[in-house]
Ligand binder design. Sequence first.
Ligand SMILES: Cc1cc2nc3c(=O)[nH]c(=O)nc-3n(C[C@H](O)[C@H](O)[C@H](O)COP(=O)(O)O)c2cc1C
Length: 237
Amino acid sequence: MRKIKTAAALLLVFCMCFALSACGSSADHTQAENADNATIESTQTQADTKESAETTVQSTTEATTETEESIQPKQEDTESETDVLVVVFSATGTTKGVAEKIAAIENADLYEIVAAEPYSDEDLNYNDNNSRTSKEQNDASVRPGIASESIDITKYSKIYIGYPIWWGQEPRIMDTFVESYNFGDIIMIPFCTSGSSGIGKSGSTLADLSGNGNWIEGKRFDGGVSEDALREWINGL
Ligand SMILES: Cc1cc2nc3c(=O)[nH]c(=O)nc-3n(C[C@H](O)[C@H](O)[C@H](O)COP(=O)(O)O)c2cc1C
């Protein structure tokens, strides 16, 4: 009887051990499975995120390309559509600033007259009677060279033409410019900047020298003239 009891006890212990070990292995398996799933999910999420990021980058790139594409033709259209040109010569940038404002208001093309021999500070010294500008302005026959490529003016019906006042006159390089083109029936509108002098006879001198174009009376502006003031002038032309 005692042997039977011992055998039964041993069997019970064996069964319990087996049950516990099965349980443990199942728990390990579940943990491993969970870990695997977590890895897969995390990898998946990373993949999704990457894909989403790539999609975003792609769509941003597409959007950028689209924006560039949609801007470019507009610029081309603007360039090809406008029949207004703003021509400017500016030694120190003042008249150019005004020209840019006029071009923005008129949606016009801008053409800058660049001197073949740039004007240095010494050249521009009006306190020196022997400076280059003093000599040029004292001799009406001087025609300084132009470095900028010539422009096809045939598509324009209106040209603003701007310059600084030098010794009460247009710089001689403006004479070079107007004598180089046939303005036909184009409406020519002179404008200038100065320290204080008015536009004087410079507009009519340019008209006489060109011998063509439909010149109207021009106007002198301060370098800091506002866009509103320029718009008012343009609307009243
Ligand atoms: C050689 C020279 C002569 C000038 N003569 C006059 C003048 O007679 N009357 C005047 O009011 N300003 C005169 N100025 C001042 C300019 O007209 C003025 O600074 C102008 O706005 C400069 O324009 P820019 O920066 O486009 O060259 C003269 C300037 C220079 C360099």
